[in-house]
Design a protein around this ligand. Structure first.
Ligand code: ZN
Ligand code: MN
Length: 494
């Protein structure tokens, strides 16, 4: 038995128009190599960086959203090291005075403390040739604006770390400061992990492993699980983790599903940080902080709670609906249309409202994705409008169409932008409400199926479903099965 102690360091690429300290396009990843570069971002001697205001603005907003304080002053520093992807031989980063500090993010009941959020520039990209004999440098990424978020070692399980990262991604997307796509490297994560074992009644913490190359949420969880188990086995067997005191760096090998040692001894890195002399400090006044705060939209956690309270939908439905900003907003537009329709009804109680919103949620979560199938389209890429979706809900809730007909109408509306009521009329899908017509149909079915009637009367209750099916067939599917069943039962009990 052991417990985890995990901390994360996360780099998030900001979606500014230009780079951190020059006017080059920040879209270099979609351009031919070495085309979005200039003397500044390629570190020519004598050039001067000019700070990107949009990057500061985005970083500050993110810092506030994760409950950091924005100190009155923060500054940039030079982090010196030599590597082929770093032409200046130093990275402009923030060392002792980051733009944001002492924040937190709540994951369910658990509060994860955030040590800092600082701004820095990315390095270039090394592309190693297939023969492994040479490496190519693409400077397009050089000086792309990044924010680095460092948590305290507050995570007690790999899944908690994963959920935190997913929430962080969602916040960045809600704020529109990053696409935060892990697959594209717009959100990158290193994890520090150690485990706690009990020995002779004492809890002992093992040395730390830092895991690199985590390129997906799944990888974060799997790699942490793996490294925790590996540390435990090693510790129990009296292995190297008992002897060392320093941290090791390991890389996650996705194909083998293992961590591999990269650096046994953490080099005593001396980056010789010193203040960047060419950039002024960043300052914030109370007024500026208030303005920034006012720009922060409703965040995912708040929206989740509001959806549950306002629409009476389940926690799980709320979670799925707000998982993209677009779906949540689409749901709200449709819900407001549904609510307008409900107000026009003579009798509208809380129950009917909840039933309507529940149906709306289930269409968005289950039916529409199923109809879209492999197409993998955003809602905005389909012909569906919030008004039409609301109308589908109204047709169904008011009993005008049954669930089979609803499916047909939804499909037409989704793929061709057709008006739901028009589709219902054109395809003759309206349900038959006329009880007299239904009774006649039931009598006919009795006449044609004496065997089923007899076996029902002899106690085989399930025979009723066969009879319901026959009536539905006669009515060309335009009756409400529950209603047909009621009529049949009444008639058979006579
Ligand atoms: Zn440039
Ligand atoms: Mn960094």
């Amino acid at each position: 038995m052991f417990t985890f102690t995990i901390g994360l360091e996360i780099h998030v690429q900001l979606k500014t128009k230009s780079k951190m300290f020059c006017r080059c396009s920040n879209d270099g990843e979609n351009q031919p190599p070495n085309t979005t570069i200039c003397p500044v971002c390629t570190g020519h001697p004598g050039v001067l960086p000019v700070l990107n205001g949009e990057a500061v603005h985005m970083g500050a907003k993110m810092a506030l959203a994760i409950n950091c304080i924005l100190p009155d002053t923060s500054k940039f520093d030079r982090k010196n090291y030599f590597y082929p992807d770093l032409p200046k031989a130093y990275q402009i980063s923030q060392y002792d005075q980051p733009i944001g500090k002492n924040g937190y993010l709540d994951i369910g009941e658990r509060r994860i403390r955030i040590n800092r959020l600082h701004l820095e520039e990315d390095a270039a990209k090394l592309v190693h040739t297939q023969d492994k004999k040479s490496s190519l440098v693409d400077f397009n990424r050089c000086s792309t604006p990044l924010m680095e978020i460092v948590t305290e070692p507050d995570f007690v399980s790999p899944s908690e770390a994963k959920i935190f990262l997913q929430e962080l991604r969602l916040i960045a997307r809600y704020l529109d400061v990053s696409s935060a796509d892990m697959e594209k490297g717009h959100l990158r994560c290193d994890a520090n992990v150690s485990i706690n074992v009990i020995e002779d009644g004492r809890t002992i913490q093992t040395p730390i492993s830092e895991i690199k190359n985590l390129n997906s949420f799944r990888a974060v969880e799997k790699a942490l699980e793996y490294e925790g188990n590996r540390l435990h086995e090693d510790w129990t067997a009296g292995g190297e983790s008992r002897k060392r005191t320093n941290k090791i760096t390991v890389g996650w090998d996705e194909t083998q599903g293992v961590t591999l040692l990269q650096r046994g001894k953490e080099e005593a890195h001396d980056y010789r940080y010193f203040p960047e002399p060419d950039l002024p400090p960043i300052t914030f006044t109370d007024d500026e902080r208030a303005t920034l705060r006012a720009e922060i939209p409703e965040l995912p956690a708040q929206r989740r709670i509001r959806f549950i309270e306002e629409y009476g939908i389940t926690t799980e439905d709320a979670r799925i609906l707000i998982d993209t900003k677009e779906t949540g907003e689409f749901f709200e537009r449709a819900a407001s249309e549904v609510s307008e329709w409900l107000c026009t009804l003579e009798k509208c109680d809380e129950q009917l409202k909840q039933k309507s919103y529940k149906l709306l949620a289930s269409l968005l979560i289950h039916k529409i994705p199923a109809l879209l199938g492999e197409q993998d389209l955003l809602l905005s890429e389909t012909k569906l409008t919030a008004e039409n979706l609301a109308e589908c809900v109204a047709l169904s809730i008011s009993g005008k169409v049954n669930s089979t007909a609803l499916q047909t109408i939804l499909e037409e509306t989704l793929n061709h932008g057709a008006n739901p009521t028009t589709v219902m009329k054109e395809k003759n899908l309206e349900q038959i409400e006329d009880t007299g017509a239904l009774e006649t149909a039931c009598d006919t079915v009795f006449g044609n199926n004496p065997d089923a009637v007899a076996s029902y009367k002899a106690g085989k209750v399930t025979a009723i479903m066969f009879l319901v099916g026959q009536v539905m067939k006669d009515m060309k599917g335009k009756a409400q099965p529950e209603k047909v069943k009621d009529i049949l039962e009444k008639k058979l009990s006579l």
